[in-house]
Design a binder for this molecule. Structure first.
Ligand code: F0G
Length: 477
């Protein structure tokens, strides 16, 4: 485990200035930061981590964080999460846990920008797949893991479509501070992610069901056995995920983009981004807020259905639950379950729905859905014009393209698409897209409505003869 060389400084930091607060403004119950909860005791709503900001020692300008990078010999300031500790000060710097997360990159790419329909120089891709476990989850995991350790936890658990579990398993193996217990739906996790959990030594419970079933079970089990839950219902997770936005701003020299486009699954990221911008605006550290686009896969489109079709809104915290209940009942009655090649976001009932509604409200957001065909085509363009990503991540690029087509995003807007997971997380989907083997294509993609690999880069079969090989290279290059 890496620990900070920074001493417990004079500034007030840590649990003395942090607390948990119910997100429902008409409840507003508060709880100690030093307590483990995933919902409000009084009304059952989600919780935020909040701070006594007056005592937090905030910088007066965002560019003051640049000085932290010069202290990167210290693991805390090397971390792309804890470098911004002043904006998530729920723990003193000498108690944070880091495995070097957050060394990510914002790539400006005209190749992908052209595909999306943007003017040159306007599309940026935020590569969260560069994190130690290969996805954005490490941003939140280091924060939740730190809180778990603070609380003396010896075991931590999560339900996962694969990336949360890979991340938890990695923090457990790399620090040796806790044992990981992970719940996954059977046949619902890509091999890249499953292999990580197994290799890192996590206790892997593969239940007969999907992510939503696993989520219900892990909530019960963690309560019953007193295991610390690290899913994004844990408000400390989202504190870490706020830093994705800080790094985007940092890469843009603290200029606020016009759009943040992010895939939506359990809606932790979109919720965290909303909170990040609410706080920065409140502190006067930014003068305007980007718009948010949350992109569902059409095979897992609960948020899109509720917001864009059934008109569900944050409504100052008074969310109308009737259409939500009606939709859930309809899904149950018809036995409708999420199904998409973007397995990371194959989720029926996003746990952070209300926080996401709040983020959409604050960031003047929109929700869209894109088909598996659009996702895989966009993914291939990211691969051909950048460093690649897993299918769920490409939903952001496909969503940006759709919003451009609709005229909601202008070609001159500055757009940041969040690429949430690494290319190598799901090689099955990639190979099936590019394969010449129709059987492989059909078995992986056929049932998902993917009819054509519009940008397939097929391997060229050649006899093992020098002349034939040279001929093939001349023909195809
Ligand atoms: N992209 C990837 C690669 C993911 O793994 C996830 C979520 C999302 C997008 C959606 O993010 O939940 O914040 O809306 N994966 C979770 C998991 C559910 O278990 O790994 P969200």
């Amino acid at each position: 485990m890496l620990r900070s060389a920074e001493s417990h400084n004079a500034r007030a930091t840590g649990t003395d200035l942090a607390f948990q607060r119910c997100i429902n403004p008409s409840c507003g119950a508060t709880y100690e930061a030093r307590s483990v909860r995933t919902s409000c005791d009084r009304c059952g709503d989600l919780l935020d981590v909040d701070y006594d900001w007056d005592r937090a020692g905030l910088p007066s300008r965002m560019n003051e964080f640049e000085a932290m990078w010069s202290r990167r010999h210290d693991p805390v300031r090397f971390s792309g999460v804890w470098r911004f500790h002043e904006l998530l000060p729920f723990v003193p710097t000498d108690q944070v846990i880091t495995v070097g997360e957050g060394q990510t990159l914002l790539q400006q790419t005209d190749a992908v920008g052209k595909y999306v329909g943007m003017d040159a120089g306007r599309l940026h891709l935020q590569y969260e797949g560069m994190n130690p476990s290969g996805s954005f989850k490490d941003n939140g995991m280091c924060a939740a893991f730190t809180h778990a350790h603070m609380m003396g936890a010896k075991r931590a658990a999560c339900a996962s479509t694969g990336n949360t579990s890979a991340s938890l398993a990695l923090y457990c193996s790399a620090t040796q501070l806790m044992k990981a217990v992970i719940f996954i739906g059977s046949g619902k996790i890509s091999y890249g992610k499953l292999s990580q959990a197994l290799d890192y030594g996590a206790l892997t419970i593969q239940i007969a069901g999907d992510f939503d079933d696993a989520m219900l079970r892990v909530k019960q089990i963690t309560q019953e056995l007193g295991i610390y839950l690290v899913n994004s219902v844990n408000p400390f997770r989202l504190e870490g995920q706020k830093t994705i936005m800080y790094r985007v701003l940092e890469a843009l020299r603290w200029e606020v983009p016009d759009w943040i486009v992010v895939p939506g699954g359990n809606l932790g990221n979109s919720s965290a981004f909303g909170k990040a911008f609410m706080e920065l605006k409140q502190h006067g550290l930014i003068d305007r807020v980007p718009r948010l686009a949350v992109i569902n896969a059409s095979g897992a489109d609960t948020l899109h259905e509720l917001v864009e079709r059934r008109g569900v809104r944050w409504n100052s915290g008074n969310v109308d639950m009737d259409p939500i209940r009606a939709y859930n009942d309809h899904m149950d009655r018809e036995a409708l379950r999420a199904d998409t090649i973007a397995s990371a976001i194959e989720i029926n009932r996003p746990v952070n729905l209300k926080k996401c509604l709040r983020a959409l409200d604050f960031m003047d957001g929109v929700v869209r859905q894109v088909s598996d065909q659009e996702i895989l085509d966009a993914k291939s363009r990211v691969g051909a014009g950048g460093f690649g990503c897993e299918p769920a991540s490409a939903a952001s690029v496909a969503g940006a393209k759709l919003l451009r087509r609709e005229g909601v995003i202008a070609p001159s807007d500055r757009v940041v698409c969040i690429l949430t997971g690494h290319e190598l997380k799901d090689p099955t989907a990639t190979v099936a897209y590019h394969t010449t083997d129709q059987e492989v294509f059909n078995s992986v993609l056929g049932s998902r409505g993917v009819t054509t690999a519009n940008f397939a880069n097929r391997a060229v079969p050649v006899p093992n003869e020098l002349d034939d090989i040279i001929k093939a290279i001349r023909l195809y290059s």
